[in-house]
Design a protein around this ligand. Structure first.
Ligand SMILES: Cc1cc2nc3c(=O)[nH]c(=O)nc-3n(C[C@H](O)[C@H](O)[C@H](O)COP(=O)(O)O)c2cc1C
Length: 201
């Protein structure tokens, strides 16, 4: 069994989502002895933003030599994703949504013919055989019924993205209100770590 662990926080050792994603992976190492874990830090080895040249190359145009390393990096992250049985993703909220480094990764894994296809019935996800667990950390509170709920574009966005490629039941562990004061932060992190340590196998 293969687990792909990804982080996208730019806050390094101060990151909450990194702490929680690591705890999720620790838990899964215990519940799945022998699991093969690979790790990708999307901030230390960022993927380039998509360009017209990338899209042309994906449609079969001969790419410029300067684009080759990045095309290869994109293929590598797609293959890593396709090979994984479990994906654990650290996803902080920056300006109401995911970090641009994580968006660049999503742009490389949503690939027609690989993770989804268009058919007479509409879009069909092709990656539904994976378990996806996301560690979210947010400075504020965006729960259902709050005034801020409409500004939440991390969990809502990722649910949509994963459903698009056939993963209809991603799991989320969230630390909320980490900027609402030290007490809130401590409580939110402890709650998320507890949820991680109790994750189902
Ligand atoms: C650049 C930046 C933008 C942020 N934007 C938001 C925001 O829009 N809403 C929010 O609730 N918190 C925001 N925060 C707070 C983070 O969500 C919070 O610090 C969280 O812990 C970040 O995850 P990380 O610690 O894993 O990086 C922002 C933090 C940073 C550094």
């Amino acid at each position: 069994m293969k687990l792909l662990h990804l982080d996208s926080s730019v806050l390094g050792p101060h990151s909450v989502s990194r702490q929680v994603s690591a705890a999720i992976v620790d838990r899964l190492r215990k519940t799945h002895p022998g699991i093969e874990v690979s790790y990708r830090d999307l901030t230390t080895t960022p993927l380039a933003h998509l360009s017209g040249s990338h899209l042309a190359a994906s449609q079969g145009a001969a790419p410029d030599a300067s684009l080759q390393p990045d095309i290869a990096a994109g293929q590598q992250v797609l293959e890593e994703f396709l090979a994984a049985d479990i994906v654990v993703l650290g996803a902080p909220m920056y300006n109401f949504t995911i970090p641009s480094q994580l968006k660049a990764w999503i742009d490389r894994i949503l690939v027609a013919g690989k993770t989804f296809k268009y058919s007479a019935a509409g879009v069909e996800g092709l990656a539904g055989n994976k378990r996806v667990i996301v560690a979210i950390s947010r400075g504020g509170f965006y729960g259902a019924g709050t005034a801020a709920a409409v500004g939440e574009h991390v969990e809502t966005y990722l649910r949509w993205v994963f459903a698009f490629i056939g993963i209809n039941n991603p799991e989320f562990i969230s630390a909320d209100g980490v900027q609402a004061g030290p007490d809130h932060r401590e409580k939110a992190v402890a709650g998320a770590l507890k949820a991680a340590s109790g994750l189902a196998a």
